[in-house]
Ligand binder design. Sequence first.
Ligand code: GLN
Length: 447
Amino acid sequence: MVTLKEALSFDKNEIANLKEEIKDKIKNTNINAYIGEVESINDGVPILIKDNINVKGWSVTCSSKILQGYKSPYNASVIEKMLDKNLSPFGRANMDEFAMGSSTETSYYGRTLNPHDHTKVPGGSSGGSAAAVGGGLAVAALGSDTGGSIRQPAAFCGCVGFKPTYGRVSRYGLVAFSSSLDQIGPLTQNVEDASLLYDIIAGHDSKDSTSANIESKPTAPNLNPNRKLKIATLDGFIKDATPDIQKNYEDTKKALKSAGHELITKEMMGSEFAVATYYIVATAEASSNLARFDGVRYGNRANSSNLKEMYENTRSEGFGDEVKRRILLGTFVLSSGYYDAYYIKAQKVRHLIKNEYDKIFKEADLILSPVTPTTAFEFDSKKSPLEMYLSDIYTIATNLAGLPAISIPTGRDGSGLPIGMQLIGRDFDEQTLLDGALSLEREIGYK
Ligand code: GLN
């Protein structure tokens, strides 16, 4: 597949041909990365859009039954920005229902398959976006990352996944899961494309009250892989990863050293605290955000004889099991008597996690860590929700701290499945993060 950089120099005819080529490819593969019809809005370069980002006139369903038939009345700010640069939203990407999950197994449209091995999950929740980019079915895609949903599927599918700093990219028009953690970002074939697409979607937006009013300088024209950076490694975390990933982590450290970077070893609070904190904060916010899906305002309405029954039936029939579990958990941690014990405590731990990162960033420019403890796993292999939640141990803490992070393909495991490593940066210093990522990408030369 052509890269975004190449496609940006195409004329109208070449782009029209590219869109036909993508449609043919979708017809001839069965990985179920795209859901619904592929529609084109303008004659720009096609970008695949996750099913939780509003595109005017398109259906937006978060891969849920409850939103079947609902059409967006407006464009998300990221879509407006793309249209201004003549990029073309092109196709809907499958995802875990309401972005809750790590495998794209909970979609109403059925599972997406990993393009490298159809018996394995593509990761999630942006599994459709990652499978399409990693499988050569899309030039680039947009996803959303609340606890790893861009980076983890990118690592499983062998593409680049970039979560910008919280507040850097407008969330206006992104269906909210956990508003204090959600962030939109690009999934691309390489670091330079991630930087190009990021530049287009980033920047302050008065329509999003959490959007940061900080100047956003373009990163792509300033990319510099030759800067020598100080990179912290968290070697204490690595024991939870498989031997293949541990070895790749060591190889990545060597690659960073040979590219001229200085490595320092640091320690951080155990990842189990981040996971516990995340599943309190994220479920609390989700239970509140998803209260709006009541059968009155959006999408599906179930049969019923009175108002209360309508709410109950609509929500019982419309939401899948994982979404219901999160709403129940969130309602529980916010209920009187438990609010202080769980929710307030989680907010305090969240603060501690941010402090730990701040301490490391006093000395280091970037942090290196694996993206996932395993490579892509088999369908139905996670036997409990908790097991699934633990697949995010390396990605979740950065969302709690609001930091930017990028997942880069760095190798393969014994069975040929992609492995990804992650660089984490200081807040609002996307430039240094992308510079380091480009340097690593060039040193590794992953194909
Ligand atoms: N896998 C995590 C969850 O299930 C993260 C999801 C995400 O980033 N949207 O909540």
